[in-house]
Design a protein around this ligand. Structure first.
Ligand SMILES: C[S@@+](CC[C@H](N)C(=O)[O-])C[C@H]1O[C@@H](n2cnc3c(N)ncnc32)[C@H](O)[C@@H]1O
Length: 261
């Protein structure tokens, strides 16, 4: 029987108050300035406050921690995380299908306009994230393909930013519950009501769980967070609940973007 990894992250000691100033744009250190410049150059999809939040949270991780990013695209969030862990004994796993960006509706993005194939985006990702060297592990494929390949109870921090429709987010949440170590930190991007299924799926899985008490939205960002003390039990509970679908899969009535989880 494989040993369950108990998260060694700071997550168990985090309270909701810990997240209040995590995305603040002041003060910004020289290290953060350098990280923000690199993120800006990566043509990515995270704001300054979001890059700072990811960077600061990952900087808090102790040696031995493992991070999983689900949805890396050109590597903007990867760059923010990579700068936080560089040269430390922390591994970053990036899972993305890097496939067919026309179908993903990315054709309006400045860089993707001239590079529709997944391979071109992957090459750009590799170029952008080369500075992370061997601390970066690349998992190319869909989340579904990696569902059982990801070790259970393995990662200390998981950041979800892949498909934004309800079914994809729900799927990625379930996969993450299996892969997250007890006491790990689960984060996700784009908790707002801009036509995505993120709000609906996150409310269903995170907000409605009475066991998850440290959860919310990092102020000034669209990143939701949750400390999950017993991810496998959450998974059991979710499966037992039959995962009822909200009638409107793109939003939950009364769930404005600013709502606290
Ligand atoms: C919103 S982008 C990620 C943005 C990135 N985190 C950043 O900071 O710029 C979403 C990415 O998720 C990937 N993706 C979407 N659905 C996926 C799936 N089912 N499995 C794996 N990757 C997926 C897409 O290929 C795309 O690169």
């Amino acid at each position: 029987m494989p040993e369950t990894h108990i998260s060694t992250t700071v997550a168990p000691s985090l309270s909701t108050d810990s997240f209040v100033s995590i995305g603040s744009q002041q003060p910004i250190s020289a290290i953060e300035e350098a990280m923000l410049a690199a993120v800006a150059a990566s043509h990515g999809l995270v704001t300054v406050s979001e890059a700072l939040s990811l960077h600061r949270l990952c900087q808090m991780l102790p040696a031995g921690a493992r991070i999983l990013e689900i949805g890396s695209y050109l590597g903007a969030s990867t760059t923010a995380i990579g700068h936080a862990i560089l040269g430390r004994e922390i591994d970053l796993y990036c899972l993305d299908c890097w496939h067919d960006y026309v179908a993903h509706g990315f054709i309006d993005h400045p860089w993707a306009k001239s590079a529709h194939s997944g391979n071109e985006v992957l090459l750009k990702f590799l170029e952008t994230t080369a500075f992370i060297h061997s601390q970066l592990r690349i998992l190319k494929g869909t989340t579904e393909q990696f569902r059982t390949l990801l070790p259970a109870s393995f990662f200390d921090l998981i950041f979800i930013d892949a498909g934004h429709d309800y079914d994809s987010v729900l799927n990625d949440l379930l996969i993450s519950m299996r892969a997250l170590a007890p006491g790990g930190l689960l984060l996700g991007h784009d908790y707002h009501s801009d036509g995505h299924g993120v709000v609906a799926a996150v409310n269903q899985v995170i907000y409605e769980s009475r066991n998850i008490t440290v959860k919310g939205i990092i102020p000034g960002t669209s990143i939701w967070y949750a400390v999950i003390n017993n991810p496998l039990q959450e998974l059991v509970n979710l499966n037992a609940s039959g995962l009822p679908r909200p009638t409107d899969r793109t939003s939950v009535p009364g769930s404005p973007a600013s709502r606290s989880l």
